[in-house]
Design a protein around this ligand. Sequence first.
Ligand SMILES: Nc1ncnc2c1ncn2[C@@H]1O[C@H](COP(=O)(O)OP(=O)(O)OP(=O)(O)O)[C@@H](O)[C@H]1O
Length: 225
Amino acid sequence: MIKVEKLSQSFGRKQVLKSVDLHIDRREICALVGRNGAGKSTFIQSLVGLLPVKQGSITINGAFVSHKTHHWKKVISYLPEKFMLYPHLTGLENLTFFAETISKIADTERMKQVLMSVRLWDDRNMQVKHYSKGMLQRLGLAITLYQNSDILILDEPTSGIDPMGRKEILEVLKSLQNKTILLSSHHIDEIKQICTHVAYLNDGKIKKYKVREFLDKYCLGGIEV
Ligand SMILES: Nc1ncnc2c1ncn2[C@@H]1O[C@H](COP(=O)(O)OP(=O)(O)OP(=O)(O)O)[C@@H](O)[C@H]1O
């Protein structure tokens, strides 16, 4: 469970988050939406410990997110909007590299499982410089899933990907069981397909809705946020 209370974040004089509250319960799949520059990445980076929390608090399964404690890191996995892979290494070699940073010895069975789940097993021996954007994103997802964390934080997991590639990623996300997920998105169609809730970030505040409630309020006529 993710519990954010009275979180504020500023860059210089610009206050991006203004005493934000958000609770995400177990097994909820919550979309984080808001206009460009609304502060979605700032919020996500606070959640995963990349931005220090100076005002307010964040707990993940009851453990405070802070630079001084590490317990919360074991239950959360994060897929950044932009991540680095080694282009001259294969998909499997990239996954192995990250797996070894997590568990020292990579679990080959688990790697196979996650590569199969994102449908990259057959392409595992191809250098990633030859992967399509969608394949790269699915490999990023495989790396995120390797740890088998209860909580997944995904920053625009389908950004810049063609409709077919997006469909493939959504299918992977749909197939996950017993996960609590927060994903930022600009796509109403994918929110409709996979999310249970929407956290709408506007003017530094977050308001949480059930998907239907959000669609009725903001998306009449199919306008995207
Ligand atoms: N490191 C930083 N230093 C200064 N300003 C920043 C920094 N990071 C973000 N900002 C500013 O904070 C605001 C929120 O940015 P953020 O990237 O969190 O928005 P976003 O909702 O994720 O945007 P997008 O949808 O375009 O990815 C923006 O005005 C941005 O310019």
